[in-house]
Design a protein around this ligand. Structure first.
Ligand code: ATP
Ligand code: XMP
Ligand code: GLN
Ligand code: MG
Length: 529
């Protein structure tokens, strides 16, 4: 049976917990995910869809409210992302944020221009109408702005709700319809009362009762899995990471003996990873675990390839080949379960209702082959990482597993820049183990979200033991984040950095230089490829 990756849909376990939802139309914003998270924090289910979704499809989704996100374009440019204006006639409450407000104003008879008074960063906003979405706000509050354009004229049916020194239409509302716009970003933490504004919108304006709770998710997911699987068998890609462990736990509860877990040792795993996963797994699950040793296949597929997306695509395909070969040995193995999360889907540009931009092909979504040969089971497809962690704890998984730093399926391949070779992997694996070991010893593992080494395609001159060296450089990457969509580089103590550097250079043959990566996401990403 062949099925393509499904979209976030009406029947997913997360959506099934409620008949209420908010839909975010994504105009290419970096913050669309954040809007969805903030809404979910109000206990209201929220999903992100493409900006060009039709009014018809919105009607099918039947949301209580629609939020129009920001975006990098200018609404007056040719080819700028537009909205199906029939959405404004559905009678559903609408909140436009930044670009979303600009697009709504333009569609409803106002105008938008590029102005000299650009605002990037904090601004003081004066709230002149403190009703409805601004209930509970002070007359003047800090907000976060990030715009070069602004609404220069509003149509007659709109009134002003807020302004700043340079932005006369910082927030507006329609006089008779539940349509609102704000130039600032309520979804970022730099707008301290932004959560309350979004809460007012979803509860007061949209009438959501805020009863969506992750607590019920496990039971809903287990029931969905049982109904989907029937008496067939499921193979589950198990990496030892949080996501696949939570999926395995759900499957185990749902269909117990019909489950086989498969760990692919693709030669791109961290030091001692295979043994660690086997030990950890067998102490918590009493189900079939098979280990596929596929190092040769993966390395052969990667030989000569240095382009990151192509590396990812090949890895995605090689994974599926391994799963298929294994499934042939298991009668009735119709289903493949993976720990795919919402950001994997969105970043891969794979959701049919989702925004189009592809940031990188996640091996388990965008990197999948057309002909899969399995029906997919991805119960976590609608969740964010922190939600999955909560679920893991609820399912009784041990803290140390739930709080493990994530490790991407393409593994060391996307940290070994350029062509991947066995020799480079040996160097990288040793350096990586030192980074994690030192961070653990310093007691900072839980205070950091992800920490690893990257082998750079750079050689530089050094002097060791009075002799000249011309060796590799390693970058240390360590970030802090909750949801892995945005991240700060970790401000590690200098002594720790010094210790990591000394150990790598002394203990890993072939490395004579260590750098620390001080880029946040955005504009960088967490992984280097
Ligand atoms: N080595 C592997 N063997 C089998 N399946 C894998 C492997 N690596 C990744 N996968 C599959 O791909 C999915 C996505 O990988 P990803 O790294 O995002 O999740 P994870 O490893 O489960 O959790 P974490 O994000 O904590 O590392 C996994 O949930 C798992 O189903
Ligand atoms: O399973 C995965 N398959 C992938 O193809 C993949 N690419 C990135 N990542 C992980 O996703 C998070 C965000 O990474 P980026 O900032 O590099 O996009 C970080 O936690 C990355 O490690 C992946 N995980
Ligand atoms: N953050 C945004 O949505 C920006 C919208 C538009 N690109 C502007 O500069 O005004
Ligand atoms: Mg992983």
């Amino acid at each position: 049976m062949t099925t393509h990756p499904q979209s976030t849909d009406l029947d997913s376990p997360a959506a099934a917990l409620t008949d209420q939802r908010i839909v975010v139309l994504d105009f290419g914003s970096q913050y669309a995910q954040l809007i969805a998270r903030r809404v979910r924090e109000q206990n209201v289910y929220c999903q992100i869809v493409r900006h060009d979704i039709t009014a018809e499809r919105i009607k099918e989704l039947a949301p209580q409210g629609v939020i129009l996100s920001g975006g990098p374009s200018s609404v007056y440019e040719e080819g700028a992302p537009q909205i199906d204006t029939a959405i404004f006639d559905l009678g559903i409450p609408i909140l436009g944020i930044c670009y979303g407000m600009q697009v709504a104003c333009q569609a409803l008879g106002g105008s938008v221009d590029n102005t000299p008074s650009r605002e990037f960063g904090r601004a003081q906003c004066e709230f002149v109408d403190r009703d409805s979405i601004f209930k509970g706000m002070d007359s003047s509050e800090q907000v976060w702005m990030s715009h070069g354009d602004q609404v220069s004229q509003i149509a007659d049916q709109f009134t002003v709700m807020a302004k700043t020194a340079t932005c006369p239409y910082a927030a507006i509302r329609h006089v008779s319809r539940p349509v609102f716009g704000m130039q600032f970003h309520p979804e970022v933490t730099h707008t301290p009362n932004g959560g309350q504004i979004l809460g007012n919108f979803v509860r007061e304006v949209c009438g959501c009762d805020g009863t969506w709770k992750l607590d019920d998710f496990a039971n809903a997911a287990i029931e969905t899995i049982r109904a989907q699987v029937g008496d067939k068998r499921v193979i589950c890609g198990l990496s030892g990471g949080v996501d696949s462990s939570v999926v395995a736990a759900l499957l185990y509860k749902a269909i117990g003996p019909q489950l086989s877990c498969i760990l692919v040792d693709n030669g791109l795993l961290r030091k001692n990873e295979q043994q660690l996963v086997i030990n950890e797994f067998s102490s918590h699950f009493k189900t079939d675990l098979r280990v596929v040793n596929a190092e040769n296949q993966f390395l052969a597929d990667l030989a000569g390839i240095d382009e990151p997306q192509e590396k990812r695509r090949r890895i995605g395909h090689a994974f599926i080949e391994c799963f298929k070969a294994e499934a042939e040995k298991i009668e009735d193995a119709h289903f493949l379960a993976q720990g795919t999360l919402y950001p994997d889907v969105i970043e891969s540009g794979a959701d049919k209702d989702g925004p189009a931009a592809t940031i990188k092909l996640h091996h388990n979504v965008g990197g999948l082959p057309e002909e899969l040969g399995f029906e997919l089971i991805e119960p976590l497809r609608d969740l964010f990482k922190d939600e999955v962690r909560r679920l893991g704890l609820e399912l009784g998984l041990p803290e140390q597993l739930v709080w493990r730093h994530p490790f991407p399926g393409p593994g060391l391949a996307v940290r070994c820049l350029g062509e991947v070779t066995r020799d480079k992997l040996v160097v990288l694996r040793e350096a990586d183990a030192i980074v994690v070991d030192e961070i653990e010893k310093a007691g900072l593992y839980r205070d950091t979200s992800q920490a690893f080494a990257v082998l750079l395609p750079v050689q530089s001159v050094g002097v060791m033991g009075d002799a000249r060296t011309y060796d590799n450089a390693v970058a240390v990457r360590c970030v802090n984040t909750d949801d892995f969509m945005t991240a700060d580089w970790s401000h590690l103590p200098y002594d720790l950095l010094a210790q990591i550097s000394t150990r790598i250079i002394n203990e890993v043959k072939g490395v004579n230089r260590v750098c620390y990566d001080i880029s946040s996401k955005p504009p960088a990403t967490i992984e280097w490829e």
